[in-house]
Ligand binder design. Structure first.
Ligand code: ATP
Ligand code: MG
Length: 401
């Protein structure tokens, strides 16, 4: 049979159909959401030589066949689409549509899928078959082409979808997207990123609600090694793959930590360090116009995350602090970390500064007045200003062309 796929410069092209996620819920904001979704798609898919078209609530991505794997990998980590499918595009004639359905039926059988159904939508009412007619005739065409298939509308193993629009689209292999809202629709936030398991997950979850992510890492060099810093850079790169890049600020916080060791009662060391991190992070956030801070705190997971200590931690700052993991247990956080591809990096054995400086008997329920008194006595202003002036910035993950 001749290869009738569309071509560009002699190269066969393939087409993907994308279903946007929650955009439909957003009423008046819909247009700007769609604009941001389109911009994100174009930036992420440009390296695959892909073209993007949008009609009536659907995006279509067209790329050279040889770049299909790259496009699929990219769509698999794209926040803001409910699902996507590699689709056949054919003429709007019943014969062409039924032939395409028959081909999808054969592919099902090859993949071991037997029970199937057909879903049809017809936005072009001039097409001679209505959606019921497409389902009946399509079912017959598939059964004839692939004996062994069985129609099962209640419990199918596979669905062949047919959409009759400006052209006819037929696909049998739909994938679920990452869902969420397009990154950039909710402004930017500054993630406090340590080398642990929790904070990368917190960054990803906030990005899933549409927030662009920048990050700050407080590094206790030379107490924490260059490898520890490299690990955080790697984690920022992993988050950046989903968020179109992360700017990572690395602040050398050693002098601040030493001051805490010298002047504060040991049980308070971690809470005071967290207060200092929050204060420094807020200063960076205001400078880069981030609208909030984000942490990987989860209620009562460790001593510094009791509600009393969390209150102390945020008591010196005004920006809101988002803690998307607050109600999650460690097991679910680990699963999420694995799913986003961060876990293997997070468990590399380089010590975080907090581990090195953590007291054996930390305060469990810090009193905010006492915290304020101890914090003021640290007299951190000059040290903090110096540390921030020397902060380094690295662009991690996807970098826009
Ligand atoms: P994680 O796995 O994210 O390190 P954790 O359970 O180890 O979290 P803590 O060490 O108590 O928790 O840290 C709580 C939060 O404080 C972290 O999730 C992170 O947002 C922030 N944080 C801790 N250490 C640092 C650091 N060195 N630089 C930047 N942020 C940090
Ligand atoms: Mg940690």
């Amino acid at each position: 049979m001749p290869d009738r796929r569309p071509r560009q410069n002699g190269q066969p092209l393939i087409t993907y159909l994308l279903k946007p996620g929650e955009l439909t819920l957003k009423g008046g904001n819909r247009e700007s959401f769609e604009g941001i979704l389109r911009r994100n798609l174009m930036r992420l898919l440009a390296p695959a030589g892909a073209r993007l078209e949008m009609t009536a609530g659907r995006f279509f991505v067209q790329c050279p066949a040889e770049n299909g794997a790259l496009v699929e990998e990219t769509l698999g980590r794209f926040i803001g689409i409910a699902g996507w499918a590699k689709t056949r595009v054919c003429e709007k004639t019943p014969a062409a549509v039924l032939a395409a359905i028959a081909e999808e039926g054969k592919k099902f059988l090859e993949a071991g899928i037997r029970r199937f159904k057909i879903e049809a939508r017809r936005t072009d009412k001039s097409f001679p078959l209505d959606s019921y007619g497409i389902r009946c005739a399509g079912g017959n065409a598939a059964l004839e082409a692939a004996p062994g298939l069985v129609v099962d509308v209640k419990n199918p193993q596979g669905i062949i979808s047919v959409e009759i629009r400006e052209k006819a689209y037929i696909y049998g292999d739909s994938r679920r997207g990452l869902q969420g809202l397009p990154v950039g629709t909710a402004g930017r936030g500054l993630l406090l990123l340590s080398g642990g398991i929790d904070s990368p997950v917190a960054g990803f979850m906030t990005a899933s609600r549409g927030m662009g992510i920048d990050a700050v890492y407080f590094h206790a060099w030379p107490y924490t090694s260059a490898e520890a810093r490299q690990k955080v850079v790697r984690l920022a790169e992993i988050i950046g793959r989903y968020t179109l890049g992360v700017r990572l600020y690395v602040v050398i916080f050693t002098k601040v930590q030493q001051r805490i060791r010298e002047r504060a009662p040991l049980p308070w060391a971690t809470v005071l360090l967290r207060m200092a991190m929050m204060e420094a992070a807020e200063k960076i956030a205001l400078r880069i116009r981030a609208k909030c801070l984000i942490t990987g705190e989860s209620l009562s997971q460790v001593a510094s995350q009791t509600i009393e200590n969390i209150s102390c931690t945020q008591s010196r700052i005004k920006l809101p602090v988002l803690r998307p993991l607050i109600g999650m247990d460690k097991e679910s956080i680990i699963r999420k970390s694995e799913a986003i591809g961060a876990y293997e990096t997070s468990i590399l054995p380089y010590e975080d500064c907090c581990v090195l400086f953590s007291p054996p008997h930390p305060v469990l329920r810090g009193n905010p007045d006492e915290a304020a008194r101890l914090y003021d006595a640290l007299d951190l202003e000059t040290l903090m200003t110096e540390a921030l002036a020397e902060a380094a910035m690295e662009k991690c993950g996807f970098s826009p062309a």
